[in-house]
Design a binder for this molecule. Sequence first.
Ligand SMILES: Nc1ncnc2c1ncn2[C@@H]1O[C@H](COP(=O)(O)OP(=O)(O)OP(=O)(O)O)[C@@H](O)[C@H]1O
Ligand SMILES: [Mg+2]
Length: 262
Amino acid sequence: MATVIGVVNQKGGVGKTTTTVNLGAALAKHGKRTLLIDIDAQSNLTTHLGLGPKEDAEAVEKPLIPEFTIYDVLKGNKELKDVVIHRSDNLDVVPSSLFLSAADLELGGVVGRELILRRALASVMDSYDFVLIDCPPALGLLSLNALAAVNRVVIPVQSEYLALHGVRQLLDTIDQVRGIYNPALVVGGVLICLHDNRKRLARAVSDTIRAYFGDLVFDTVIRSNVALAEAPASGQTIFEYSLKSSGAEDYEALVKEILEDV
Ligand SMILES: Nc1ncnc2c1ncn2[C@@H]1O[C@H](COP(=O)(O)OP(=O)(O)OP(=O)(O)O)[C@@H](O)[C@H]1O
Ligand SMILES: [Mg+2]
C-alpha cells in the first residue's frame, strides 16, 4: 500500500511544487515506485517535468498538452490509472490542466465531492510505494480532496516575513478534515524552503517556525538555490539538471529523513 503525502500550503510560492517534484524524484532514485499528482490548475508540476505546454513559438502552434488529466478523473470521465504518464524510472505523473480552475464550481453540487480523489486513488494504491500530491495555493475543494486522501501532510514554509500567516487556518482545516473524513491524517511535517541563512530575518523567522512547531519541523532545510529555480525551464528534476547543486543535496537529505520516518 502506498504512503500518500500531500504537499499543502494555501500561501503561494513557498516551494510546494519544487518540493513535490524533487522529493518525488529523490524517492524514485531510491527505488521507490512513485506517483506525482498535479491538482493545481496552474499545472506547474506537469510543466516542470516536461509534460506540459512549452513556452516557445512552435509550442503555441502545436501545444504538447496531455490528452487526459486529473480533471477528467475528478469529473468522473476517466479512472486515475488511465491518465498516468510514465515519466522516468520509478516516476509516474498524473498531469493537470487549466480546466481544473473551474472544478471548484463544477463539482460544487456533487454529493461526496470532498472524497473524489480518495476514491480514485484506491485503484493505484498497490502499484506505488509513494503518491505525492502537489496542491494549489488555496484551501478550496481541490486541497480538501487532497487532505481527505492523504496519510500525511508536508507543509512547506518560506523563512520570510509572514511565513506563518495563514498557517493557523491551514492547521484548523487539517483538524476538520481529520475529524470528518480522515482520522489517520498526520502533519509530518513542516519544511523550511527557500532559506537564505545569510539573511538575519531568515534566521529569525526560521527560529520562530521551530519554536512554534517544535518537532514537527524537518531537520533538513531547503536552501535557496539558483539551480532549483532553473530546472523547471528545462523540464528536469534537480537530479537531472544539476546533481552537484545544494538543491540536490537538500532534497536528498529530506528523502533520507522521510524514509527513516515512514
Ligand atoms: N529552494 C529554492 N531556491 C530557489 N528557488 C526556488 C526554491 N524553491 C522554489 N523556488 C522557485 O520559487 C518559485 C516558487 O516555487 P514553487 O513553484 O515550488 O512554489 P509553490 O508553493 O508551488 O507556488 P504556487 O503556490 O504558485 O503553486 C518558483 O519559481 C521556483 O522555481
Ligand atoms: Mg505550485
